[in-house]
Design a protein around this ligand. Structure first.
Ligand code: IPE
Ligand code: IPE
Ligand code: MG
Length: 233
């Protein structure tokens, strides 16, 4: 059986969920944010150590201003709740993404990271203003600087990984996307080299513990070969 150490989820379908109920898109984001809390608890209960959620991409700034600001407000209050409940939740929380673009969220993110760093529960990574190409460009830039300064001499997989926002976080074992779309949308391109993928039909606000168990079961039945051949073949 495979060990599911790191589950990464592309939280998709909030807007369509809301629309199907005759609600504004914003209501979908509210329901989606609430579901993150539910699924964090469920994931931890099942012994999964790392959960990464893709919450806002570098491309999502191209949405209408009122939707973007509603989402930013939700992040802001989610960060407040996490800071308040830091001890009780016991999660180690990190942000991945381009921090230079998150404005007034940044001090709260830094406070939460500092406050939660010695917790012992679930490692929750939130991808906000995240784009994999942006991450890779940043890494390449820093590597070039350090190479020029003589700090590094050889560039390999391991070194490159250390320059990414996900440094210290293992690669995802399973990348799951809700709402039926089958693409990565600029998420963890480097880190997904050997990840398993699962695309489920339910929109994110409807993704519940039952769906999570189905996803874990599907993952357990995958045959991860990493380029080798199966022993009985
Ligand atoms: C995911 O839901 C949340 C974000 C990308 C911020 P969407 O807002 O993309 O919902 P759909 O895909 O339009 O239904
Ligand atoms: C991907 O969802 C980004 C997040 C879930 C944060 P989108 O809804 O933005 O992706 P596309 O536009 O359908 O590819
Ligand atoms: Mg979407």
């Amino acid at each position: 059986m495979n060990t599911l150490n790191h589950l990464a989820i592309i939280l998709d379908g909030n807007g369509r969920w809301a629309k199907s109920k005759g609600l504004p898109r914003k209501a979908g984001h509210v329901a989606g944010a609430k579901n993150v809390e539910t699924i964090c608890r469920a994931v931890h209960k099942r012994g999964i150590k790392y959960l990464t959620v893709y919450a806002f991409s570098t491309e999502n700034w191209n949405r209408p201003e009122d939707e973007v600001s509603a989402i930013m407000k939700l992040f802001d209050s989610y960060l407040d709740t996490c800071i308040k409940d830091c001890e009780k939740n016991n999660m180690v929380i990190r942000l991945i993404g381009d921090r230079s673009g998150i404005g007034k969220l940044l001090p709260k993110v830094e406070l939460l990271e500092e406050k939660s760093k010695n917790n012992t529960g679930l490692n929750l990574t939130i991808a906000i203003n995240y784009g994999s190409r942006n991450e890779i460009c940043h890494a390449a830039e820093k590597i070039a600087e350090d190479y020029k300064a003589g700090k590094i001499s050889e560039i390999n997989d391991e070194l490159f990984s250390d320059y990414l926002y996900t440094k210290d976080i293992p690669d995802p074992d399973l990348i799951l996307r809700t709402s039926g779309e089958q693409r990565l949308s600029n998420f963890l391109l480097w880190q997904a080299a050997y990840s398993e993928f699962l695309f489920v039909e339910k929109p994110w606000p409807d993704f519940d513990e039952k769906e999570l168990d189905k996803a874990i079961e599907a993952y357990n039945n995958r045959d991860r070969r990493y380029g080798k051949i199966k022993e009985d073949n």
